[in-house]
Design a protein around this ligand. Structure first.
Ligand code: GLA
Length: 405
């Protein structure tokens, strides 16, 4: 047998290299471990195992919220049947507080909007079997400039929210004085944990400092985009911006391309159906933004589609993404529990077109035969092989779950 001779300088070099690799690996494990530790604490609060579902006042009622509206919205969430489908949070956005803190530095509910205070409102929302969310800002003032931000008041405000029975905080990014976002957002995250009350933490940093890369250890969701508007261009733009962060989402923390505009009137029924389908597949928060008190049948048919909601809430928790693009014709897909695959065929162009997803595009074996469930038609086609294909009107989509036989 040939013997390999190693000179002593070479031996020293090899030992040093091995040691350096081991030390850097240990440092990485420790760093990752700390993040995981904070994340497990959030998970132990039972929050964010699947994307949050609920309603927020901002898209339909910017700065026009009040006690009556919130109570009526909670009533409508239950009476419409939406709460039974999983929508649980009723969230107040900007403008709920007075411009100034009280003499002890506490936030004060705006008396003309909330004459009975927030605690009484929270009790009412809870009595309907729902949860209540509130809005704050990681700066000196909120975006509408009508109330104070929480920068420097994190513990005090977190304690106030907990004492009122708040279940969810959306934390905005205006007037932040240039203070590092990780510092500002983690301060409030720690303050919320310290209250001992499970409070879902929704970071609204607009994706400016790539929060997907640092927010998973701090909160349950993080905005990846600026504000959505009720238009096709705004909605599709947000879907694309959010898509690139797909690998960072998972149980406990989700990418947030902003709230839903379905039902607000600025898009067609097909466009809203696409909006809801893509948000569901991308494991985005399903936060409704329309007036629930006057929801029409078309809107209910979209927001109340149990099969689409089930894709969003699937236990595997993997964000589906764009897997194929041919001009304006796109295929979006992602894995689901039970070896199933969710697929969207989406015509973003101006004219009718045929779109196909080959099995190789969406992670299925070429030999697979699947049951294809059409989630909008509520029909199943058996033993589909090689590809799934559809002809779609402008801005329309098809959404399927494929189950290998
Ligand atoms: C920012 C947020 C919005 C909304 C408004 C309220 O623009 O991104 O979602 O909360 O502030 O003023």
């Amino acid at each position: 047998m040939a013997r390999v001779r190693i000179s002593s300088p070479l031996l020293v070099f090899l030992i040093c290299t091995v040691l350096a690799i081991a030390v850097s690996h240990a440092a990485r494990v420790q760093k990752h471990g700390e993040g995981e530790e904070t994340r497990r604490k959030l998970l132990n609060n039972g929050l964010g195992h699947s994307p949050q579902m609920g309603w927020n006042s901002y898209n339909h009622f910017p700065c026009k919220l009040n006690d009556k509206l919130i109570r009526e919205t909670a009533d409508a969430m239950v009476s419409s049947g939406l709460s039974a489908l999983g929508y649980e949070y009723i969230n107040l956005d900007d403008c709920w507080a007075e411009l100034n803190r009280d003499s002890k530095g506490n936030l004060v509910p705006k008396a003309s909007f909330f004459p009975y205070g927030i605690k009484a409102l929270a009790d009412y929302v809870h009595s309907k079997g729902l949860k209540i969310g509130i809005y704050g800002d990681a700066g000196t003032q909120t975006c509408a400039k009508t109330m104070p931000g929480s920068l420097g008041f994190e513990e005090q405000d977190a304690n106030t929210f907990a004492s009122w029975g708040i279940d969810y905080l959306k934390y905005d990014n205006c007037h932040n004085k240039g203070v590092n976002p990780q510092e500002r957002y983690s301060k409030m995250g720690k303050a919320l944990l310290k209250t001992g009350r499970p409070i879902f933490y929704s970071l609204c940093e607009w994706g400016q400092d790539n929060p997907a890369t640092w927010a998973p250890s701090i909160g349950n969701s993080w905005r990846t985009t600026g504000d959505i508007k009720d238009t096709w261009d705004s909605m599709t733009g947000r879907a694309d911006q959010n898509n690139k962060w797909a690998s960072y989402a998972g149980p406990g923390g989700w990418n947030d391309p902003d709230m839903l505009e379905v039902g607000n009137g600025g898009m067609s029924k097909e466009e809203y159906r696409s909006h809801f389908s893509i948000w569901a597949l991308a494991k985005a928060p399903l936060i409704l933004g329309c007036d629930l008190r006057s929801i029409d049948n078309d809107t209910f048919e979209i927001l109340g589609n149990k099969e689409v909601i089930a894709v969003n809430q699937d236990t595997l928790g993997v964000q589906g993404k764009k897997v194929k693009k041919n001009g304006d014709l796109e295929v979006w897909a992602g894995p689901l529990s039970g070896k199933r695959v969710a697929v969207i065929l989406w015509n973003r162009g101006d004219s009718k077109a045929t779109i196909a997803a080959q099995w190789s595009d969406i992670g299925l074996k070429s030999s697979a035969a699947v049951d294809a469930r059409d989630l909008w038609e509520h029909t199943t086609t058996h033993t589909v092989k090689h590809k799934i294909e559809a002809t779609l009107e402008s801005h329309a989509c098809k959404m399927y779950i494929l189950t290998p036989q």
